[in-house]
Ligand binder design. Structure first.
Ligand code: 5GP
Length: 138
C-alpha cells in the first residue's frame, strides 16, 4: 500500500499539528502518545516515510532503535520504571491505526496495560508534566 502523506504522524513531522516532543535527531522523533495506555507512554517514529516495518530501510530501523533505547533509559531514570514494554503494530489487520511506522515505548509491565489501545485522550497538562520528567533524564 502506498504511503499516505496525510497521516497524522506525517503532519506532526511537517509541524502542521503539535506534539509533546521528547527528543529529536536527524532521523527520528520521539513524543508522548496522546491516548496513553500507561503513564509515560511514548512513541518513536522515523522521519523516513514508511507505513510498516516492512517498508522501512535498515538504516532508519537502526536509528529508531537507538532512540527507543534513549527514551526507555530516560523513562527508567526519570519515572522510576523498572520495566519497559515495546509494542509495534504492522498493518490494519494487526490493529495499526496510524499508517506511519512507530514503536510504542511504554514504562511498566504488560500486566499494567489495562487501558484500551488508542481510545482515551489524556489531559495535556498531565502529559506535559510526565514528559518533563522523561526529558530531564535524557
Ligand atoms: P497504532 O495503533 O498505529 O499502533 O498506534 C497509534 C498511536 O498513536 C496510538 O497509541 C494513539 O493513541 C496515538 N495517536 C493517535 N493520534 C495521535 C496524535 O494526534 N498525537 C499523538 N501524540 N498520538 C496520537
Amino acid at each position: 500500500m502506498a504511503y499516505d502523506t496525510n497521516n497524522i504522524f506525517a503532519k506532526i513531522l511537517r509541524g502542521e499539528i503539535p506534539c509533546i516532543k521528547l527528543f529529536e535527531d536527524e532521523h527520528t522523533l520521539a513524543f508522548m502518545d496522546i491516548m496513553p495506555q500507561a503513564e509515560g507512554h511514548a512513541l518513536v517514529i522515523p522521519k523516513e516515510p514508511a507505513t510498516t516495518l516492512f517498508e522501512l530501510s535498515d538504516a532508519a530501523a537502526a536509528a529508531c532503535m537507538a532512540t527507543v533505547r534513549r527514551i526507555g533509559n530516560a523513562q527508567k531514570k526519570g519515572l522510576g520504571a523498572e520495566g519497559i514494554v515495546l509494542m509495534q503494530l504492522n498493518g490494519a489487520a494487526a490493529g495499526q491505526t496510524v499508517p506511519h511506522f512507530h514503536i510504542h515505548v511504554i514504562p511498566g509491565s504488560i500486566a499494567d496495560l489495562r487501558k484500551p489501545h488508542a481510545m482515551v485522550m489524556a489531559d495535556t497538562d498531565q502529559l506535559k508534566a510526565v514528559a518533563e520528567r522523561i526529558i530531564g533524564a535524557i
